[in-house]
Design a binder for this molecule. Sequence first.
Ligand SMILES: Nc1ncnc2c1ncn2[C@@H]1O[C@H](COP(=O)(O)OP(=O)(O)OP(=O)(O)O)[C@@H](O)[C@H]1O
Length: 258
Amino acid sequence: MAKRIDVKDLNLFYGKFHAVDGVSLAVPPRNVTAFIGPSGCGKSTVLRSLNRMHEVIPGARAEGKVLLDGEDIYASTVDPVSVRRTIGMVFQRPNPFPTMSIRDNVVAGLKLAGERSGKKLDEVAEQALRGANLWAEVKDRLNRPGGGLSGGQQQRLCIARAIAVQPDVLLMDEPCSALDPISTLAIEDLIQELKKDYTIVIVTHNMQQAARVSDQTAFFNLAGVGQPGRLIELDDTERIFSNPTQKATEDYISGRFG
Ligand SMILES: Nc1ncnc2c1ncn2[C@@H]1O[C@H](COP(=O)(O)OP(=O)(O)OP(=O)(O)O)[C@@H](O)[C@H]1O
């Protein structure tokens, strides 16, 4: 299951715009890595490049390597669709299929992959909903629409959908930014449990959240408008928040800019 990610000299472009310059970093398996930094420094762009979602945007391209347990996901022989199955993603706004039932939302990916056995789909739905700490709240209404859940429940439904296909990595792009504090804590608790089985990378604007949930933190910055974002520093979260090496990191975490 959980796999290691190695990023090597990654450059990301939107057409002619060089959005991210020369990022190299490593994410160990069963670890939570937080990406922090001011708006526009390329956190989401880097995150999307980790499962080849970046190139879905017209004109966008990536140069460099992203290795998953040593295999380059950008190799010409690799199918981007299979990469996105192995490296799942949860977005800022919960995006369940609103009219589809809770159960079918969870197993949508498996059905697409051709699984037809109702028994198997029921089993996976239960397992994934338990894994997402949502089972107790929805077990009596599995056939009701996913859109009828609260925002926090919808986000956990999206996490259940992501883990139902048994990915190696979970990418989360500000998964709590649309949620209230209680739902946010529920997702943060869930992240701690999920890291037993998955490698997790989370983009967050909330530094307390990065400090609470992550093992290591990557600080990105940009020199100015129109300049590419760069990785300034990656270290144990405790170190980044107590004794970072770079002055820019210290200025950012102490609230001097951003
Ligand atoms: N679809 C796109 N087309 C063109 N440029 C884009 C696109 N998405 C992002 N960019 C640009 O790439 C740069 C990095 O954006 P990105 O969204 O990755 O930053 P971010 O650090 O995640 O920002 P935020 O914290 O505001 O979400 C920015 O200059 C942004 O305007």
